[in-house]
Ligand binder design. Structure first.
Ligand code: HEM
Length: 360
């Protein structure tokens, strides 16, 4: 069991800690791998995908059978009930009034499948909303106000710069300094993240798309949006101290007490709002429309046939939702697929979070 410090959003966060927990390598290797990726324009080529997978492996080790990022997780299920309020904006069938099933997965950012839960580690929620092959919508969101990177290159550089130096428990300060000098957008995003401390647990976290998309209606009108899931419950049990799975176990206990609900809010951009840079927030006064309620009813240990085997590819979209030109989106789609292919071909070992082992 490792107990790495994490980059994240708690009070202890500083610019250096953004680098911790996503890994890195020494300067020599960083330059080497980076040159390969640059030569291939990062995405859309086998070697760029391989470069990312090699980067995750260099930082986290092989993590056989697990996701190469957001490796630690818990499967959940439930349903989404649309109230019809999005129908003017999007022709997606799942926005007509009614219920569709949901398969989901809560996760912690980082590629260590057995990492000790830390309150500041970014929390993820992946959802597959609706029936597979019938206009299903997949989205993977975070409990952050903005994303730390605005380019695949930035993500990759941060990954490499964050490798823990053995014996120190910290990334190499020189690599951190060089990274932040080359990526002022990350330094600025971290300042915003620091001002939004996380809730106590998964159950009281707001999850956001961060990337922009377009909702497209029957008339073909395209409206730029971001979305967020705002919890109906305003508290979550605090993780029990000394428990390496404290955040996940608290979520399992909270779900045993009854369903958890989140309102799906769609926020509409105004002209000039950034649509291709996830490090930049939109002004607080943008109109948000409550378009329905997500209800999660059950949690399950990751296993064959549940969310373990889903790729929450942000470009699996129903007719009525389209991607923006944010360069993160095509990179994510490409790299999630590469991670998925790799992990599904690897031998499996038990995940850290075991629902049956969580007591009352
Ligand atoms: C270039 C930028 C990014 C890269 C390279 C990246 C990489 C990855 C990879 C490799 C996975 C594992 C995929 C799998 O094996 O199924 C993953 C999962 C995830 N990512 Fe990203 N990511 C990026 C940006 C983002 C952004 C912007 C968000 C949120 C807005 C996000 C949220 C998540 C979540 C929630 C998961 C876990 C989904 C699940 O449970 O399967 N990522 N990411």
């Amino acid at each position: 069991m490792t107990n790495r410090p994490r980059w994240g959003v708690n009070a202890a966060v500083n610019r250096r800690s953004v680098l911790v927990g996503l890994g890195a390598v020494g300067a020599f290797l960083a330059v080497d791998l980076g040159a390969v990726a640059y030569a291939n324009k990062w995405i859309g080529s086998d070697s760029a995908r391989t470069t990312f997978l090699n980067g995750f492996r260099t930082v986290n080790g092989p993590q056989l059978g697990f996701r190469k990022n957001h490796a630690k997780g818990l499967a959940v299920s439930g349903y989404f009930e649309s109230n019809g309020n999005a129908a003017d904006l999007s022709r997606a069938a799942l926005f007509r009034p009614g219920q569709v099933p949901v398969v989901g997965r809560f996760s912690l950012s980082g590629g260590d499948a057995h990492v000790t839960d830390a309150p500041g580690a970014p929390r993820g929620l992946g959802l597959a909303i609706g029936f597979p092959g019938r206009g299903q919508w997949r989205t993977a969101m975070l409990n952050l106000p903005v994303f730390p990177d605005n380019s695949p290159r930035g993500f990759y550089d941060r990954l490499l710069a964050s490798k823990i130096v053995p014996g120190t428990g910290q990334p190499d300060p020189a690599a951190t300094k060089a990274f932040l000098a080359a990526h002022p957008e990350t330094a600025a995003a971290m300042d915003i993240i620091k001002k939004h401390p996380p809730g106590k647990g998964f159950g009281d976290s707001t999850f956001r798309s961060l990337n922009a998309f377009y909702f497209v209606n029957d008339a073909g009108v395209r409206t730029p949006v971001r979305w967020s899931l705002v919890p109906q419950q305003n508290s979550a049990p605090a993780p029990r101290s000394g428990n390496a799975n404290g955040l996940f176990d608290a979520l399992i206990r909270q779900l045993r007490g009854g369903p958890l609900r989140w309102h799906l809010l769609v926020t509409i951009a105004q002209p000039g709002d950034p649509l291709t840079d996830a490090t930049l927030p939109w002004p607080d006064d943008r109109q948000s429309i409550d378009v329905g309620l997500l209800t999660l009813t059950a949690a399950a240990t990751e296993a064959p046939g549940n969310a373990r085997d889903v790729n929450f590819d942000p470009l699996v979209l129903p007719d009525g939702i389209e991607p923006s030109d944010d360069p993160l989106l095509s990179a994510r789609s490409d790299i999630y697929a590469a991670s998925y292919r790799q992990r599904t071909g690897e031998p499996k070992s038990p995940p850290a979070v075991q629902v049956s082992e969580v007591g009352p």
